[in-house]
Write a protein that binds this ligand. Structure first.
Ligand code: PLP
Length: 361
């Protein structure tokens, strides 16, 4: 039996989208491939609300994140971490010999504009990484306030992780002024895992041109050159199958409408947050709750693995905590093409499961 996925990626993919993956192969240097990649890029730029260049990558989002810290850091990276995925960005820096400092918030709290300003005023950094939506804690960073601080430091390149939120949350890339905005297919976009995308500014690419040891596969300058000059081609063989599915699903997303999609995610998140408050406790600061994933402190007195096993019997899969929060929290994802009816039905089952497993008083 297929379990309905309420985990923060990969998400369930609509059958009609999955079907698109089985289209016939075409040569990756063909005109058809160029047209397909152009179409995907143009749709994605509307979803991301940017006129910057879209780069597609046959990898998960981590590839483009790792490439970004290599390509855009000349002096030193300031890695702002609000959870496991922020920490991962720091590990990518150290693993690649990119000088970096880790600037952490207490888990459950956001990165603050004050923290950002204080770090940048030292003049040590020329790159910052920010997690827009931290999937491990369910915190959504205050991007508007953070990006306003960055306007005072024009020499700093901003890299923003929107892996678990682009296509669900409200993230107008150009209005915010994000240099490098990265996302993956398997979360809010409602596609199979295997591709990632980034929007990148010309000024970031110009800077990267002067940086050595950018690597090869995830070299943004090389990717950018191919997209601009060939055009819409890629240095190595991309996953044409994903492109078919992306082209179709991005049309669906644009037909639903970016604002409508955001409103739907708000409705889903407030339903799950209400459930979390009523039955347990939310992990994140209530002023910074994610609209795509809710992290709940397990105060039920029942091991989450037992709850998830019982939910599995009913055809549902939820997620345990991540990293350090593995055993003390659990997470419910509400992203991509999920409906409020589906959330309600899942929560009804969850209530029943909890009642069945509840310790007898
Ligand atoms: C899932 C996730 C990642 C990792 O993305 P992959 O596509 O699995 O490489 C990075 N950051 C956040 C916030 C995520 O949720």
């Amino acid at each position: 039996m297929h379990k309905r996925l309420f985990i923060p990626g990969p998400v369930d993919v609509l059958p009609e989208v999955l079907e698109k993956m089985s289209g016939p192969m075409i040569g990756h240097r063909s005109k058809s491939a160029t047209e397909l990649q152009k179409s995907v890029s143009e749709k994605l730029s509307r979803v991301m609300r940017t006129d910057n260049t879209i780069l597609l990558s046959t990898s998960s989002g981590s590839g483009l994140m790792e490439g970004a810290v290599r390509c855009f850091t000349q002096k030193r990276a300031a890695v702002f971490s609000i959870g496991a995925f922020g920490d991962r960005w720091y590990k990518m820096c150290t693993a690649n010999g990119v000088p970096a400092d880790l600037i952490r918030s207490e888990w459950g709290q956001p990165t603050t504009p004050e923290m950002l300003r204080e770090a940048l005023q030292t003049g040590l950094y020329d790159l910052v990484t920010i997690t827009q939506n931290e999937t491990s804690t369910g915190v959504r960073n205050p991007m508007k306030a953070l990006m306003e601080v960055l306007r005072d430091f024009p020499e700093v390149i901003s890299c923003v992780d929107t892996v678990s939120s682009m296509g669900g949350d409200d993230i107008p890339v150009d209005e915010l002024g994000i240099d490098v905005c990265i996302t993956s297919t398997q979360k809010c976009l409602g596609l199979p895992p295997g591709m990632a995308a980034a929007s990148v500014t010309d000024r970031a690419i110009a800077k990267a041109g002067g940086i050595s040891n950018r690597g090869l596969y995830f070299d943004y300058v090389e990717l950018y050159k191919f997209v601009k000059e060939k055009p819409y081609q890629y240095p190595s063989t991309p996953s044409v199958s994903h492109m078919y599915a992306m082209d179709y699903q991005l049309t669906r997303i644009l037909e639903e409408g970016i604002e409508a999609r955001y409103q739907r995610h708000l409705a889903l998140s407030s339903r799950v947050q209400d459930w979390g408050r009523r039955n347990c406790e939310l992990f994140a600061n209530p002023d910074y709750l994610s609209v795509t994933v809710t992290c709940i402190k397990n105060t039920l007195g029942i091991e989450f693995s037992k709850i998830n096993a019982a939910m599995g019997q009913r055809g549902y899969q939820l997620s345990n905590g991540y990293g350090a929060l593995k055993d003390i929290t659990f997470r419910i994802a509400h992203m991509a093409d999920m409906t409020l009816d589906e959330i309600n039905e899942m929560l009804r089952n969850l209530d029943e499961v909890i009642a069945e497993l509840a310790p007898t008083k």
